[in-house]
Design a protein around this ligand. Structure first.
Ligand SMILES: O=CC(=O)O
Length: 328
């Protein structure tokens, strides 16, 4: 990049301190009213910008990338998941892609643990009862949930977030099991007293709670297919704070309706922000609007990570959080 400040198009409203810094450092084009950018606006942005800062709500597919002007050299994603960006096309066009790993690990793990507790203990259902004015007082048989202590937690995807969930769940007395493309370091396995399952199918059949923490890639689309969901014991709960597309949402909904699964805690949906209306009617599900990393601290950290990646790149160095197509 030349001496002029790089033109940075930011697709959504970011926290004020991040936008201020963005304007100091770069020729930043901000989205003040925070309305998601249309496809036409995105195409215009990639034609003129040096850097694009998208979020999970922007589809940066081959069609958009094919319109990229020669100046677009960096896509600095505000977020960890990059399944909304066509990495192969970006690589073919020599566009570097960065993300914000690490900084949202603890927040996402907290939200996951909140759902692991909330669904079996019927927390939201209970809150609804109190608010309805129909609570008749304590009773030995009122709204009984299920104990978490001593139960088996199956973690699908044992990266940073999976491990952070395991640490929390262990402190709550759960036995940690996991499935991952490869086994984690023996020291981590020992610390978490975690059992590795090479076969996802075999693990699913034996767990009390399943939680998903792998990225969404072509290989993990519907990883929890109808067939795999059927392997879960009837008393099991499913939690998803990763990506909706990893679970066959229609199959999951059918199983919850039939009572073939005890409940689900979902922070993400297959066709976000649309939610299967049949899920809305169920009491044994807790539904959240993709809040996994939604803390003020986390959003500032994510913004700072984006700034560091752009600054490092525009200074002519490899940015720290490069996403390689081969990682997915
Ligand atoms: O979902 C949020 C993210 O991937 O950062």
């Amino acid at each position: 990049m030349s001496n002029r400040k790089p033109v940075v198009v930011v697709t959504r409203k970011l926290p004020d301190p991040i936008e201020t810094r963005m304007m100091e450092l770069f020729d930043a084009r901000l989205n003040h009213d925070d309305r998601p950018m249309s496809r036409a606006a995105l195409i215009e942005a990639v034609r003129d910008a040096d850097v694009l800062v998208p979020t999970v709500t922007d589809r940066i597919d081959a069609g958009v990338l094919s319109q990229a002007g020669p100046s677009l050299r960096l896509i600095a994603n505000f977020g960890t998941g990059v399944d909304h960006i066509d990495l192969a096309t970006a690589r073919a066009r020599a566009i570097t892609v960065t993300n914000t790993p690490g900084v949202l690990t603890e927040d996402t793990a907290d939200m996951t643990m909140a759902l692991i507790l909330a669904v079996p203990r019927r927390l939201v259902e209970g809150e609804r009862l109190v608010r309805s004015g129909n609570w008749g007082g304590w009773s030995p048989t009122l709204m009984l949930g299920h104990r978490i202590w001593g139960k088996r937690l199956g973690i699908v995807g044992m990266g940073r977030i999976g491990q952070a969930v395991a640490r929390r769940a262990k402190a709550f007395g759960m036995a940690i099991h996991y499935h991952n493309r490869k086994r984690v370091h023996p020291d981590i396995e020992a610390e978490l007293e975690a059992t590795y399952w090479e076969s996802l199918d075999q693990m699913l059949a034996r767990m009390d709670v399943i939680t998903i923490h792998c990225p969404h890639t072509p290989a993990t689309f519907h990883l929890l297919s109808a067939r795999r969901l059927e392997l879960l014991p009837k008393h099991a709960y499913l939690v998803n704070c990763a990506r909706g597309e990893i679970v066959d949402e229609n199959a999951l909904t059918r199983m919850l309706i039939r009572g073939d699964l005890a409940g689900a805690g979902l922070d993400v949906f297959e066709h976000e922000p649309a939610v299967n209306p049949k899920l809305l009617a169920l009491d044994n599900v807790v539904l959240l609007p993709h809040l996994g990393s939604a803390t003020e601290e986390g959003r500032i950290d994510m913004g700072e990570t984006v700034l560091i990646n752009i600054k490092t790149f525009s200074d002519g160095h490899p940015p720290p959080d490069r996403v390689l197509a081969s990682m997915f």
